[in-house]
Design a protein around this ligand. Structure first.
Ligand code: PMP
Length: 285
């Protein structure tokens, strides 16, 4: 992915894709002092750009690494990098991280907080599974407690268990893994939030130790506009057998129907299809 044409925005200027490197003693590489965003641009418009920039700044604050840019500056930088690469439909990845300091150790207050933004073309996250219903594994890793890690931050360190869960899922022929939380409740997938349907009503995990996704919040708003009841609550594993429909939400995943989680199966039903269609229309509006 590093040997190609294009530009990446780094610390205030555009650099050639092949030159967008960091030093091996970058603090983030050793101690996970990094927060990031995944966004999509549709027809030349970044969906919820300001919300993503604001979440990036908030994630930085939560990791004790204030990012030296404003929401407006970050929004403008995203536009600049899209333009430099000639893209109107793209995935955007912003990452803020602690760079190299005078010393190398756990403390990082003397390491500069850097910001880089890349963009590239990225289609459906789950490929063919998109409208057929993705197959999910159940991860052995649990989402940690808010007393263990700042789980509201979109922090790189939280993705270590996601990568391991996804590898295990793919080895079993699944697209992704659903994770339980530290208490045993249904939490989320490795890069997406989860929703269920039962008797015409929607149930989704309360966001008390998961990423409260921007897509999740958008979809909850859409469902309420459709007069469909949404319950944000703790969901027990044994309830999986009682749900009729299931889908994932995320910037990359968009609205992806789920056909199977472990041994539990779901239909790609009416509410799932309606939400997927309306989300598609909204992001392109
Ligand atoms: N949960 C996790 C763990 C994620 O990585 C993502 C993707 N950012 C989401 C949920 C969905 O968040 P969003 O809708 O803001 O992309």
């Amino acid at each position: 992915y590093d040997d190609r044409d294009g530009f990446i925005w780094m610390d205030g200027k555009l650099v050639e894709w092949r030159q967008a490197n960091v030093h091996i003693l970058t603090h983030a590489l050793h101690y996970a002092s990094a927060v990031f965003e995944g966004e999509r641009c549709y027809n030349g418009k970044i969906f919820k750009s300001a919300e993503h920039s604001a979440r990036l700044l908030k994630s930085g604050e939560m990791l004790d690494m204030p990012i030296p840019y404003t929401v407006e500056q970050i929004n403008a930088a995203k536009e600049e990098v899209l333009k430099a690469n000639g893209l109107t439909d793209a995935y955007i990845r912003a990452i803020a991280f602690r760079g190299v300091g005078e010393e190398m150790g756990v403390a990082s207050l003397n390491n500069p907080v850097r910001l880089a933004i890349a963009c590239w073309t990225w289609g459906a996250y789950y490929g063919d599974a998109k409208m057929k219903g993705a197959k999910l594994d159940i991860s052995k890793w649990k989402r940690p407690s808010p007393e263990t890690i700042p789980c509201e931050a979109k922090a790189s360190g939280l993705y270590m268990i996601c990568t391991m869960s996804k590898h295990a899922a793919q080895a079993k022929g699944c697209s992704d893994a659903m994770m339980y939380d530290y208490r045993g409740y249904v939490a989320e997938a490795t890069g997406a939030n989860i929703f269920f349907v039962k008797d015409g009503e929607v149930h989704t995990p309360a966001p008390d130790c998961i990423l409260n996704g921007i897509t999740r919040q958008t979809v909850i708003g859409m469902l309420r506009d459709m007069q469909i009841k949404v319950h944000e609550r703790h969901i027990l594993p044994e309830e999986l057998a009682t749900f009729e429909q299931c889908w994932l939400t995320g910037t990359a995943a968009e609205v992806t129907p789920v056909g199977q989680i472990g041994d539990y199966t779901f239909e790609v039903g009416d509410i799932t299809r309606r939400v997927a269609t309306e989300y598609e229309a909204l992001v392109r509006a």
